[in-house]
Ligand binder design. Structure first.
Ligand code: IYR
Length: 222
């Protein structure tokens, strides 16, 4: 990549003060309407929408602009079925033996269990991988920086973009999730990060009117 200083520079896009305030408020209000759901309709989603949301994610900042992510977009029912089977093996073990009691107690209000039917029902599974390092065509390794931070930011931007498009999402982290690399034939320099289960909510879905921590408890001004 050519050095930044040799690239064309464009003016920073800004808004008049009033417009800025409105945009900030509307965006926050809209993000607050996002809810994780666990029951998806089989309704199809236009691939262009998913592609544009991935384009939004791809704009994320990353350590040294190394963009250490890869997204596997799963729509093939046979692949989904395999992922569900593999995830449920791990999750059965998680709920029965691996999870300590205090973790199970924290999950109880969510009503989650080892049954992961959403992995087959949702039209899209976007499996996010983090690249610990990059491998060039000649096999040499190139370091990446702040990988978890970068991939976390890109995933957050993906969730915001999908919500903005009117789609529902579920962030699913089967534990452990090493099986995703094998099932999806990803290289050894990548580790599975998260599954973004994406689609429309099932007709029966109701979401709780949950509250978020008030700003006064999460923000300190100095
Ligand atoms: N991976 C399990 C358990 C789980 C853990 C957390 I932390 C959650 O917020 C939700 C679920 C599962 O997917 O059921």
């Amino acid at each position: 990549m050519s050095p930044i200083k040799d690239r064309p520079w464009t003016e920073y896009h800004s808004y008049p003060a009033q417009e800025m305030r409105e945009r900030a408020r509307k965006f926050a209000d809209d993000l607050h309407r996002r809810r994780t759901i666990r029951d998806f309709a089989s309704t199809q989603v236009a691939p262009e929408v998913i592609r544009d949301c991935l384009r939004a994610a791809a704009s994320a900042p990353s350590g040294a602009n190394r963009q250490p992510w890869h997204f596997v977009v799963v729509t093939d029912p046979a692949v989904k079925k395999r992922l569900r089977a593999a995830a449920e093996i791990e999750e059965r073990e998680f709920y029965a033996n691996r999870a300590p009691q205090d973790w199970l107690d924290d999950l109880a209000p969510l009503g989650t269990d080892e049954n992961k039917k959403f992995l087959e029902e949702a039209p899209y599974l976007i499996v996010v991988f983090a690249q610990r390092f990059a491998v060039s065509a000649d096999g040499s390794k190139h370091k990446n920086y702040y990988v978890s931070e970068s991939v976390g930011i890109a995933t957050g931007m993906l969730l915001a973009a999908l919500h903005n498009a009117g789609l529902a999402t579920l962030t699913h982290t089967p534990a452990p999730m090493g099986f995703l690399r094998k099932e999806l034939e990803r290289p050894r320099n990548e580790r599975p990060f998260l599954i973004v289960v994406t689609g429309y909510p099932a007709k029966t879905v109701r979401v709780p009117d949950i509250e978020r921590k008030p700003l006064t408890t999460i923000v300190t001004e100095k």
